[in-house]
Ligand binder design. Structure first.
Ligand SMILES: [Zn+2]
Length: 177
């Protein structure tokens, strides 16, 4: 009984609206096979589905008693939460990866490793590979190609910075001989 009340407030917002107009309501019959009553009680066919059965009050009550609509909603909610948690965890894993990469193979700084990651390169990439990767990626987000696109502009800046970091690192190494 308590559950049916909740249903009329939550899952079936039009339920009570139909009450007053019931006598004038046209001929839609209850969807329950063989029932000749008027079907003026909408019931969702699945959680979050816009599809509705239309039952008489007796069969709507029977339908609701058999299938716990709210349990379905809770399950969907649980699944949504699990997904959000996985996203957070993968973000954390990525941050850890950056921290780890800092020491790398010993010859790359954390900044260089981040720059290489941004360019999709491994730690042993040489300056030729860096130039090639930068050119390939930068031309896609270049302000001349994507004018007024702020996201592209940020990507272009990040790529340019990454390239600059790696180029300077290369020059330092050459200088040291
Ligand atoms: Zn019926």
């Amino acid at each position: 009984m308590k559950k049916a009340r909740r249903s009329s407030d939550w899952g079936f917002p039009r339920w009570r609206g139909y009450e007053g107009a019931r006598e004038a309501a046209p001929v839609r019959l209850c969807d329950r096979y063989g029932c000749e009553e008027k079907g003026d009680c909408p019931a969702p066919k699945a959680p979050n589905s816009p599809d509705r059965w239309y039952f008489c009050q007796a069969h709507a009550a029977e339908y609701n008693a058999r299938w716990d609509y709210f349990e379905g909603l809770d399950k969907a909610e649980r699944e949504g939460r699990a997904k959000a948690e996985r996203r957070e965890n993968s973000g954390y894993a990525e941050a850890q990866h950056y921290g780890w990469a800092g020491s790398g193979d010993g010859s790359r700084t954390a900044d260089e490793m981040r720059a290489l990651e941004l360019l999709g390169l491994e730690a042993d990439a040489d300056i030729g590979a860096v130039k090639k990767a930068f050119r390939e990626r930068a031309k896609i987000v270049h302000p001349d190609v994507r004018p007024g696109d702020e996201e592209a502009a940020r990507s272009f800046q990040a790529l340019s910075l990454a390239y600059e970091v790696l180029k300077q690192a290369e020059e330092r190494r050459e200088w040291k001989g």
